[in-house]
Design a protein around this ligand. Structure first.
Ligand code: SAM
Length: 221
């Protein structure tokens, strides 16, 4: 599997200008969260950051992946993102922050089995997020696809072959050329195999990050 840098992906597939500025998604979202803390004026940003990271340590995306989600979403200037696997809502918040910074009326449509998923999406970003909870993604996504089609799909719910394949088979037929699918846990051979088997007319890469779980990327040709 070819490994490419985030910059190369953005340059080749998103046609970013030479002076494209990479923004820190982590700072953008943590500053929003800090404003929403009752003791915000007394606690330094660094401390708040460590507390929330500690609470959500497991199963939440690595900072490099958060950064990639935010910058890819911003670069393609989409107004519709799908995400499977909301969990606390950390990755959702990075995607929502990108939509907020693009400044259109875009939304993240996020899907999770867990009925309380998305608890830590900052209040200021909630209008950017449509939460679909309590059922498997494969049951909830078809209804949403009747009204909106994503340009970006972040897959981070199931990581077994059948689970990834069944989500791709629902979303992929709707995607237009240039659309991007990102996969967390691309280090899992099952995730890679499902992507290769279903996404025949896609360029598939690993994005070069420090995330040990790896971020996979498929661009529709
Ligand atoms: C790895 S966590 C997602 C982490 C999140 N993307 C983040 O970075 O903060 C996986 C989530 O997928 C959800 N999940 C598992 N199977 C699912 C399914 N079939 N449909 C929808 N959500 C599912 C779980 O409830 C869990 O919240």
């Amino acid at each position: 599997m070819e490994v490419i840098s985030l910059h190369h992906l953005l340059k080749t597939h998103c046609h970013i200008p030479d002076d494209f500025t990479y923004l820190s998604a982590i700072d953008a979202v943590d500053v929003i969260r800090q404003r929403e803390y009752w003791l915000r004026q007394f606690i330094p940003l660094k401390v708040i950051r460590n507390i929330i990271r500690g609470l959500a340590r497991s199963n939440t995306v690595h900072p490099d992946t958060a950064q990639a989600l935010y910058n890819i979403c911003r670069a393609i200037k989409t107004d519709c993102v799908f995400e499977t696997g909301t969990y606390w809502g950390y990755s959702t918040a990075y995607l929502a922050a990108a939509l907020e910074d693009i400044g259109n009326s875009g939304k993240v449509y996020t899907f999770d089995l867990y009925s309380h998923a998305g608890k830590y999406i900052p209040k200021n970003l909630r209008s950017r997020v449509e939460l679909h909870r309590g059922q498997p993604s494969t049951e909830m996504m078809p209804k949403v696809l009747e009204k909106v089609v994503p340009d970006l799909f972040f897959q981070d719910s199931l990581h077994d072959y059948e689970g990834v394949k069944s989500e791709l088979e629902i979303v992929a037929p709707y995607l237009k050329p240039g659309a991007i699918i990102l996969f967390h846990d691309f280090v899992e051979p099952n995730v890679q195999r499902a992507a290769i088997d279903v996404l025949q007319n896609y360029a598939i890469y690993v994005i070069d990050t420090q995330d040990p779980q790896q971020l996979g990327c498929a661009v529709k040709i």
